[in-house]
Design a protein around this ligand. Structure first.
Ligand code: FRU
Length: 326
């Protein structure tokens, strides 16, 4: 029998409704389908740190063997993650971090590096004196803190570039737009805008268009998701100028989970690669993705065929048993 059959994995997600996180969950489910007997408990905290703490407590009450968590904000979630870890339940932190190193493994890209790459991209693409607006994620969430630090550090090396305004869009379209209208004078003189994710980047482009500032402002985002509504599409259709790939790590989290549960070797830090996507490579990325996507479809077809065969086999066994008994 599959030695993973007895395991229950809990996944506490800070918010589940956006494209990026739906993709993370799909990746997890795909990988979990290789472990059909494992139990998977999923909870979506809907952007609330308080709710997320309650949901983790509930999972602990139900008896999970391992926790995967993407903490909404670092500080508020640190306590419950440390408690879980100290109880001897392995914790995999994914994408967003806590403020502590009491966890079993981390899966995600290097957000400081992503901010730095964004700064270097802007620095080397703008000529002469230039003004920047930064639209940051949720304050207190680790990717917002780290992307901001990396971005500032990179831009500090270009003395012709000035950050004119920094607003918090909390990762959300409407919050970003509301904040941007508050700094309209800075938008008037902006040459580039860096938003910490593609949702806020396209929201920013909308604001620029509404203010008739669509002249030459370069807009950068993060995530570069493939598929409808994703960042690759936005770069291809020039809604935004560039996006940095931010892999969800869903698959890696599940493979790491089973390594930990099966007492196999695993890495504590699993750092996923990023890359700038702009008009020079977006077609290549889309082609690659289409290929992977069609292979994925093939796998799904094969899986359902296998399932059919299994059912046929089971019913034949049943008939055999009946024949033997009678
Ligand atoms: C999705 C998201 C992404 C961003 C990540 C940061 O909820 O906002 O767009 O890259 O979270 O944690």
């Amino acid at each position: 029998a599959d030695k993973t059959s007895q395991y229950t994995i809990g996944f506490s997600q800070c918010v589940g409704s956006d494209l990026w996180r739906r993709n993370m969950l799909d990746e997890m489910k795909m990988e979990l389908s290789l472990h059909p007997d494992a139990r998977f408990i999923y909870a979506d905290a809907d952007n609330s740190s308080k709710k997320q703490i309650e949901q983790v407590k509930q999972m602990l009450g139900e008896g999970i063997d391992l926790l995967i968590i993407s903490p909404n904000e670092a500080q508020p979630l640190t306590g419950i993650v440390e408690q879980t870890y100290n109880k001897g339940i392995p914790v995999i932190v994914i994408d967003r971090k806590t403020s502590s190193d009491l966890y079993t493994a981390y899966v995600g890209a290097d957000n400081y590096q992503i901010g730095k790459m964004a700064g270097e991209y802007i620095g080397s693409n703008l000529k002469g004196n230039s003004n920047i607006v930064e639209v940051m994620g949720l304050p207190g969430s680790s990717p917002a803190i780290e992307r901001h630090r990396g971005f500032s550090d990179a831009l500090a090396k270009f003395n012709n570039i000035h950050i004119k305004a920094q607003v918090y869009g909390d990762w959300l379209k409407d919050h970003a737009q509301k904040q941007l209208y508050q700094v309209q004078p800075d938008l008037n003189t902006a040459d580039a805008l860096f938003a910490h994710n593609d949702v806020m980047a396209s929201a920013s482009r909308e604001v620029l268009n509404n203010l008739h500032l669509n002249h030459h402002v370069k807009v950068l985002g993060v995530d570069a998701m493939p598929g409808a509504g994703g960042g690759l599409q936005m770069v291809a259709s020039k809604i935004i100028d560039a996006s940095l790939v931010y892999p969800t790590g869903g698959k890696e989290a599940i493979t790491t989970a089973f390594r930990i549960l099966n007492k196999e070797a695993f890495a504590k830090e699993n750092i996923l690669q990023s890359l700038v996507i702009d008009s020079t490579n977006v077609q290549l990325m889309k082609m690659q993705w289409n290929k992977i996507n069609s292979q994925q479809k093939d796998i799904e077809r094969q899986q359902s065929l296998l399932e059919e065969q299994r059912q046929v086999y089971n019913s034949q066994q049943l008939i055999l048993n009946i024949i033997v008994i009678t």
